[in-house]
Design a protein around this ligand. Structure first.
Ligand SMILES: *Cc1c(COP(=O)(O)O)cnc(C)c1O
Length: 381
């Protein structure tokens, strides 16, 4: 028998490791750096915290079960997970990546991996022909974000996984936006799933974390070796915060989505709003694929207002919704991709991707939607 996703958020599929006998319902925080050995040549299974910690291990178990993987490695941040993953590749290796990626990932590729001799081609991965055309002899990885940030472009994961398999390369998918509650890339043929747990999994805007989930034992072994070597492991208290956050993932995601859909519809009818990008809207370009490959639409939306002045005044006037980067928490946040998340992207590229002075991105929180709409109404003026 296997449990449903909302049960797995709380218990996982199996039972937790019996490392203490108090019956504590909440998994204890093992705030220790090292572990005593019973005798020479023996270990309790725990030796040093960079390698493993019971609280972190419990969190990894839950995330593995949620993503239908074989193993999960928890990191101090999402970027640490991406950084460790990219160490699996060598100079001369080529990567095809979504061109609308999270800015920090583009920075990792440019400043670290390109410097070390890797090559990258960025394409609109919602266009399968473009993905196929970008593949070369030395392509080792296809790296996807779906839906993308901020334009919400959707990639057909099953189709891209077939391209990856045909060309003998790995498929990695950043599943931060939809979370395993709504999307399971490994089931659709991905080899690796990346998460910024800072966002929906933690869910409360109070800690950073990252995951790499895989269904290949060799990849998991190499990544464990990498985190042991380079050290960006998740701290015990942060592991506990994310473990607690995930317990309510199902109710939060349902409410994020319900609020986002209501706000997307309301924005569409506002005279100062020109376009709304939300994968839950029927006229969204990726709606059909999302219906096929996901169980929901999430809580992220982007919209174009009629002018830069309107965008600025919205950001100045919002009260309940806060003008801040990041996403995925209980609090609603709004960002201005043009000067914030996508400030480093060349102007021509930004505009080609549809990001300009009128673009606003909202991470819809779980406040009462009437209060959120009232705030947007007064802010739009
Ligand atoms: C935030 C984010 C990251 C990076 O994660 P951190 O926890 O901030 O290091 C990667 N991918 C996406 C889609 C993100 O939103």
């Amino acid at each position: 028998m296997s449990y449903q996703t909302d049960t797995v958020c709380i218990h996982g599929q199996g039972s937790r490791e019996a490392i203490e006998s108090t019956g504590a319902i909440s998994f204890p925080i093992y705030q220790t750096a090292a572990y005593a050995h019973p005798a020479v040549g023996q270990s309790t299974g725990y030796d040093y915290n960079r390698v493993q910690n019971p609280t972190r291990k419990e969190l990894e178990r839950i995330v593995t079960d949620l993503e239908h993987g074989l193993d999960t490695i928890a990191f101090a941040t999402g970027m640490a997970a991406v950084n460790a993953f990219m160490e699996l590749f060598a100079p001369g290796d080529h990567v095809v990546a979504t061109d609308d990626l999270y800015g920090g990932v583009i920075r990792q590729f440019r400043k670290v991996n390109e410097k070390n001799g890797m090559e990258f081609t960025y394409v609109d991965t919602s266009n399968l022909d473009a993905v196929e055309a970008a593949i070369r002899e030395n392509t080792k990885l296809i790296y996807i974000e779906t839906p993308t940030n901020p334009m919400m472009l959707v990639t057909d994961l099953r189709a891209v996984s077939e391209i990856a398999a045909r060309h003998n390369c790995l498929l990695a998918v950043d599943n931060t936006f939809l979370t395993p509650y709504f999307q399971n890339p490994l089931d659709l043929g991905a080899d690796v799933v990346i998460h910024s747990a800072t966002k929906y999994l933690g869910g409360h805007n109070d800690t950073l974390g990252g995951f790499l989930v895989t269904n290949h034992a060799e990849i998991a072994d190499k990544i464990r070796e990498m985190v042991k070597t380079t050290g960006a492991c998740l701290a015990p208290f942060d592991a506990w915060l994310i473990l607690r956050g995930i317990k309510t993932l199902s109710v939060r995601m349902e409410k994020h989505q319900e609020n986002a859909l209501a706000i997307a519809k309301w924005l569409k009818s506002h005279p100062k709003v020109e376009e709304v990008f939300y994968v839950g809207l029927e006229d969204h370009t990726g709606h059909d694929i999302v219906q096929r490959q996901c169980r929901g639409y999430g809580g992220m939306l982007t919209f174009h207002v009629d002018s830069q002045e309107t965008a600025y005044s919205v950001l100045e006037r919002i009260k309940l919704i806060q003008f801040a980067e990041s996403l995925g928490g209980t609090e609603s946040l709004m960002t201005y991709p043009f000067t914030q998340t996508h400030a480093d992207v060349p102007d021509e590229k930004r505009r080609a991707n549809g990001i300009d002075e009128r673009t606003l991105r909202m991470s819809v929180g779980i406040e009462n939607v009437r209060d959120l709409i009232a705030d947007l109404e007064q802010a739009l003026g």
